[in-house]
Design a protein around this ligand. Structure first.
Ligand code: ARG
Length: 458
């Protein structure tokens, strides 16, 4: 039990209390940030004349040795320390002696942990953004290959109007674009350095906070020391952005599960990304998509947990805030794993384009276009809607699609119909006529895809 604060106590901490209080088992993940922050702090202390050059050099060298020791596995973080900050300081002092004890001058674990957590979150934002971009590249490839792969678009899970696979996947591309811009916003908003806020009220040492902030890649120092040590907004914002990413993946999962079902048969998940049943030999299950959908609940839980932990906290630091770590780490790990698995599954998935196309032709997805045909021949849309309703009913009785009806059969319903209707309600026309920005028509899609290429390059 190695603690930084034994002085005013006359008794040892109860063993169970010590373990209950300790965070080393999870905050050891922050070792790199803790070391980098400490190096910057020591360099600044020397620049300000608070440490001597020799002390600073010994500290920086010692901290670097700890970092390489941990990376090479020659040094191990054990739970005999209360948290990562205690581990680093105690190990440093054991290594270099007196100078090690001076590292904490003008600093508290409160601003230290706020710094470590911010630096960790910042690095993860970049990694997650990168992963999501990789997924976007896969989607864009599939879009380009499927500009004319017709399929039904749905509303209420009922076939509505024909679209293309490119257009459908484009919707997810957009969701991921917003996800990335949210991450970018969070990064910008949080990128202010809390180091130097001390326990809560700054410090009487003459620190140069601007110097440490810029050394550590922050925009500038934070402007209120109490807020600096008690702000976990960026954690909540990250968890919220991660929850939204998971919500998007979960909706996508749901569609792939449906599309991969025997009933739909739109896609086939690659053998390497599906699993079998222990009893039913015919089964090939979409477990990855199901797990991603399921894990969404965990990430939502991490967000709710953090919001609830923070809601009653008076200023400034409270130990409750130590609870920010496990949920955040869990959400970050979960999202990274899910995005990786999910995009690989999508990348290797087979699309049954003929099945999709047949599905679009069988579901009266061209009924709106048939009504539009009548409107173009002078009929009011409301009347046209009703005529096509009757036509659909007749088609259902005859088990035919609109384009399979003979011209005589069509004329029985309305004499406005002429043979040029067939061309007007063909799948190609239905999609290709839709050329408004954001619509599925090929040339409209090509414009959007060109924009996406520029966006991915930026
Ligand atoms: N392990 C603590 C945390 O994660 C570090 C800060 C401790 N500060 C304190 N005053 N007890 O929040």
């Amino acid at each position: 039990m190695a603690q930084l604060w034994g002085g005013r106590f006359t008794k040892e901490t109860d063993r169970d209390v010590y373990l209950f209080n300790a965070s080393i088992n999870f905050d050891k993940r922050l070792y790199l940030q803790d070391i980098e922050g400490s190096i910057a702090h020591a360099i600044m202390l020397e620049k300000q004349g608070i440490l001597t050059l020799e002390e600073k050099d010994a500290i920086v060298k010692g901290l670097s040795t700890i970092r390489s020791g941990l990376e090479e596995g020659t040094l191990e973080i054990t739970d005999q320390y209360e948290d990562i900050h205690s581990f680093v300081e105690a190990t440093l002092t054991a290594m270099i002696g007196e100078a090690g004890k001076k590292l904490h001058t003008g600093r508290s674990r409160n601003d230290q942990v706020a710094l470590d957590m911010k630096m960790y979150v910042r690095a993860e934002i970049i990694e997650i953004d990168h992963l999501v971009m990789e997924f976007q590249k896969i989607l864009l490839r599939i879009m380009e290959e499927n500009l004319d792969a017709y399929m039904p678009g749905f509303t209420h899970l009922q076939k509505a109007q024909p679209v293309t696979l490119a257009h459908h996947f484009g919707a997810y591309f957009e969701m991921l674009r917003r996800d990335r811009s949210r991450l970018d916003d969070i990064y910008k908003r949080m990128n202010y350095c809390p180091l130097g806020a001390g326990a809560l009220a700054g410090t009487t040492y003459h620190l140069d906070r601007g110097y440490t902030a810029s050394m550590l890649g922050f925009e500038s120092p934070t402007l209120n020391s109490m807020d600096s040590v008690s702000d976990r907004d960026y954690v909540i914002e990250l968890l919220s952005a991660l929850s939204t990413i998971m919500m998007h993946l979960s909706r996508f999962s749901e569609e792939i599960i449906l599309w991969n079902s025997n009933e739909y048969g739109f896609v086939e998940i690659d053998d390497a990304y599906s699993t079998g049943s222990s009893i039913m030999p015919q089964k090939k299950n979409p477990d990855i998509a199901e797990l991603v959908r399921g894990k969404t609940g965990r990430v939502y839980g991490d967000l709710m947990g953090m919001l609830t932990t923070m809601k009653g906290l008076p200023l400034a630091y409270n130990k409750d805030m130590q609870e920010d770590k496990e949920g955040t780490f869990d959400a970050i790990d979960t999202v990274k794993e899910c995005v990786t698995m999910f995009m690989q599954m999508v990348d290797t998935m087979k699309f049954n384009k003929d099945v999709m196309r047949r599905s679009a032709t069988r579901g009266f997805t061209n009924a709106t276009d048939a009504a539009d045909y009548l409107v173009k021949h002078g009929m009011a849309f409301r009347d046209a809607h009703s005529v096509i309703g009757q036509l659909v009913l007749t088609c259902i009785e005859k088990n035919k699609s609109i384009e399979e009806m003979t011209i005589e059969e069509l004329k029985e319903i309305s004499d406005v119909f002429e043979p040029d209707l067939y061309e007007e309600v063909s799948m190609e026309t239905c999609v290709e006529k839709r050329l408004t920005t954001g619509a599925p028509g090929i040339s409209a899609m090509r414009n959007v895809i060109a924009e996406y290429h520029n966006y991915l390059k930026a």
